[in-house]
Design a protein around this ligand. Structure first.
Ligand SMILES: Nc1ncnc2c1ncn2[C@@H]1O[C@H](COP(=O)(O)OP(=O)(O)OP(=O)(O)O)[C@@H](O)[C@H]1O
Ligand SMILES: [Mg+2]
Length: 251
């Protein structure tokens, strides 16, 4: 066989990469455990439909890291009034603290950044807060932090946040999530939609987590529960915060 032309080499290279990509998307996810799946330090993004267990998973991770590694956690709630912070804090264990600014994130901790899109919004990429967040993500490694971002889908999120993600974790996305997802993530979301469509019943889906590891390009699945301190009030945190802004009361 004669020498390959550059065009032929390029074709082969594309084909090899296409196969690696197709394998990552199409092979069944490996079973693992929460503690094995979640990196420390690291940055993970939890996405999925409303009420499918995103917040409960973040708190379950925090509790498991606290129990096994003695790590504290912070629940990052920027712009929440002091009285409300106190009420939310009363529902959390002492090792999990409500904070309102990134300066309050300690070294060696789990950061829960729930409804991340509220302040890491895509249209605010140039704002001071987004820039600061980008810096924090890059130093999370030195500070031994696990940063957990939670959002319904990634279109709402700052591209800087997306770029630094180590793992994407899904709790039951819908076809609508697939349509509205960033182009580079659509195949992964469709895989997640398919995976959860085979699980029958919301309860069973809430207990199941699908994860994409962007370092070894592998899907993995594990099951999780709710943390020991969980209550429905914590689940409805953001609705309650919004209604309080309109004059309602919290808890
Ligand atoms: N692993 C689980 N095992 C059993 N029940 C669960 C689990 N995860 C979630 N649930 C149930 O589902 C409810 C909703 O979960 P959660 O608040 O975490 O959803 P969410 O995805 O954060 O919703 P939202 O998008 O509205 O913030 C919980 O309050 C709990 O009752
Ligand atoms: Mg939630």
């Amino acid at each position: 066989m004669g020498k390959l032309t550059w065009g032929e080499k390029l074709k082969r290279w594309r084909k090899a990469h296409d196969e690696q990509y197709a394998k990552a998307i199409m092979s069944p996810p490996e079973h693992t455990t929460l503690l094995q799946a979640i990196p420390l330090p690291g940055v993970i993004l939890i996405m999925g439909a409303k009420g499918m267990g995103k917040s409960a998973l973040a708190h379950d991770i925090a509790e498991k890291f606290h129990k096994s590694k003695r790590l504290p956690a912070v629940l990052h709630l920027p712009r929440v009034p002091a009285a409300m912070q106190k009420q939310i804090q009363s529902r959390l264990p002492s090792w999990n603290k409500v904070v309102t600014s990134t300066e309050q994130w300690p070294k060696k901790c789990v950061v829960i950044y729930d409804e991340a899109a509220q302040s890491a919004h895509a249209r605010r990429t140039q704002s001071g807060e987004a820039v600061e967040l980008d810096n924090l993500m890059s130093i999370s490694r030195q500070r031994q932090q696990l940063i957990i971002f939670i959002s319904h889908h990634s279109r709402k999120l700052d591209p800087n946040v997306i770029r630094d993600i180590d793992r994407i974790v899904w709790k039951t996305p819908t076809y609508a999530h697939w349509i509205f997802e960033r182009n580079e993530l659509t195949d992964f979301v469709l895989k997640a939609v398919d995976f959860f469509s085979k699980i029958k019943g919301d309860k069973a889906r809430q207990k199941t987590t699908l994860m994409m590891n962007f370092h070894d390009f592998q899907f993995r699945e594990f099951s999780n529960g709710v943390p020991s301190y969980w209550c429905e009030r914590l689940s409805h945190l953001f609705e309650d915060i919004k209604s309080t802004k309109k004059g309602g009361s919290y808890f």
